[in-house]
Ligand binder design. Structure first.
Ligand code: SAM
Length: 275
């Protein structure tokens, strides 16, 4: 690797003022970035997908950890700074200009990458649900290490019967072991966002082949769409769901918040697929 200028200098030289519309809050603290890059484990020789590298702080940490990085960035202004980084790590960084929500990311990899991102808050949940979705499982990625607003991170890892428990917890915990790897103070970002953040780590787990993602999604959308209502009311519009409640002896007067991930999976197994 050739010597790199300090990150703040790169940002200044390329005029990378943070854009609110693109959800830009940059990280500059090298120690913090190295700790985030260490969350998935030893990355030496591993493939990594990074969404939203911005000026490349986290990208630097991933490359320093020995990863081969594919970085998708929507902001054209960041590309020259990222190309400089690619030149400093020959063959280890592929920079793709584009919208991560529109790109066919699995097609970019032969093996299974780790996904490590300080995500733009406005697209983070959509990307996560996309990465957890689909009928084929195990997925095309090895692990997810993602920065979220603390409140969203809490919703991903929430336990049943807590206020944060909902659709996101069920979808994530059905298919992955999810944990908060580290809280990140708002002051770590430039500019600081209004809210606190946290890095969430998810590792996929095997799921039963006879349970469909689309059924589970439909059940959780209905159940948590009216979370204060009893299940017999909120699930009325899902064909077959009330019969599934009955055959599992789940009390129909319960509310969605009290239904465990395992119970939702059991319900999905007995509920006909919407397709
Ligand atoms: N990773 C950098 C860091 O840690 O300092 C930047 C993080 S910033 C919170 C989010 C980045 O995602 C920005 O650089 C933004 O331009 C980029 N971005 C926003 N929407 C995107 C999208 N749909 N696809 C790819 N990148 C996107």
């Amino acid at each position: 690797m050739t010597a790199l200028p300090p990150l703040r200098e790169t940002v200044a030289r390329h005029g990378l003022s943070a854009s609110k519309a693109l959800g830009q809050n940059f990280l500059f603290d090298g120690q913090l970035l190295a700790r985030i890059a260490a969350v998935p484990g030893d990355l030496a020789g591993q493939e990594v997908l990074e969404v939203g590298p911005g000026p490349g702080g986290l990208t630097r940490a991933l490359l320093a950890a020995g990863a081969r990085v594919t970085a998708i960035e929507r902001d054209r202004r960041c590309i020259p700074a990222l190309e400089e980084l690619a030149a400093a790590y020959p063959g280890a960084l592929r920079v793709i200009e584009g919208d991560a929500l529109a790109i066919d990311a699995p097609a970019l990899f032969e093996g299974k990458p780790h996904i490590v991102s300080n995500l733009p808050y406005n697209v983070g949940t959509a990307l996560l649900v996309g990465w957890l979705s689909g009928e084929a499982w195990l997925p095309w990625w090895q692990s997810l290490t993602l920065m979220f607003q603390r409140e969203v991170a809490d919703r991903i890892v929430a336990a049943v019967d807590t206020p944060a428990y909902g659709r996101l917890a069920v979808l994530a915990q059905w298919r992955a072991r999810a944990r908060i790897a580290m809280p990140v103070h708002r002051s770590a970002f430039t500019p600081p966002p209004k809210v606190m953040s946290a890095v969430v780590h998810l590792e996929p787990v095997e799921t039963p082949a006879d349970v469909r993602f689309d059924t589970l999604e439909r059940l959780t959308a209905a159940a948590f769409g009216q979370r204060r209502k009893m299940l017999r009311q909120s699930l009325r519009g899902v064909p077959g769901a009330l019969a599934a409640l009955e055959s599992l002896a789940i009390d129909p007067t319960r509310r969605a918040e009290t239904v465990s991930v395992a119970e939702f999976v059991a319900l999905a197994r007995l509920t006909p697929s919407p397709r």
